[in-house]
Design a protein around this ligand. Structure first.
Ligand SMILES: [Mn+2]
Length: 197
């Protein structure tokens, strides 16, 4: 099988971001973004997705974290699209429920080629650390638009906002791992009757 790796560099007047990923990694994560809570969350994607992720971001966080968080989502999405390649043999669908104490989230993903996000999460606090909880939607919308995936995220329960976020990102990692696994019984097939995705 071809290596499923990508490095994407994206530069605007607001942010300069480089993302490197290996979908067949071991869950190694490193980052320097200036947004520590987002790094803690992306570490969950790497660990639970068994995806190696390195992210270097230099954004206008002196304004706020908005551009940096959104643009990391966009760049990560671009890297996934490139690394996934033609999707031959891909399991394609993935889902996971993840609890953390009182919190519970469900994430369902489809490498459909069509961007779509359904995000149902009411955070109990406006910020976690200094990260605005509204920015999680921005992160996932950026990812979805550029990875070309259908993504349903539901936080089902939870009163601690850190736990709410953590269950979402862990479930996202687990769902990615399932969807990105090569199905050995169908390794030479496209996972669609359409023939392309
Ligand atoms: Mn935590």
């Amino acid at each position: 099988m071809a290596e499923r790796k990508a490095t994407v560099n994206r530069e605007t007047l607001e942010t300069q971001i480089t993302v490197s990923i290996n979908l067949d990694g071991t869950g190694k994560f490193s980052a320097d973004t200036g947004v520590p809570f987002l790094e803690h969350m992306m570490d969950q994607i790497a660990r639970h997705g068994l995806i190696d992720i390195n992210i270097e971001a230099n954004g206008d966080i002196y304004i706020d974290d908005h551009h940096t968080v959104e643009d990391i989502g966009i760049t990560l999405g671009q890297a996934f699209k490139e690394a996934v390649g033609d999707k031959k043999g891909l399991t394609r669908y993935g889902h996971a429920y993840v609890p953390l104490d009182e919190a519970l989230s469900r994430v369902v993903i489809d490498f459909s080629g069509r961007p779509g996000l359904s995000f149902n999460c009411e955070f109990t606090r406006g910020s976690i650390g200094r990260l605005d909880t509204q920015l999680f939607w921005e992160f996932f919308q950026g990812f979805v638009n550029h990875a070309g995936v259908t993504l349903h995220i539901d936080n089902i329960k939870g009163f601690n906002a850190h736990h709410q976020a953590e269950t979402i990102f862990k479930a996202f990692g687990r769902a990615l791992r399932m969807a990105l696994t090569v199905d050995q019984r169908a390794a030479e097939m496209m996972p669609s009757t359409k023939g392309v995705l």
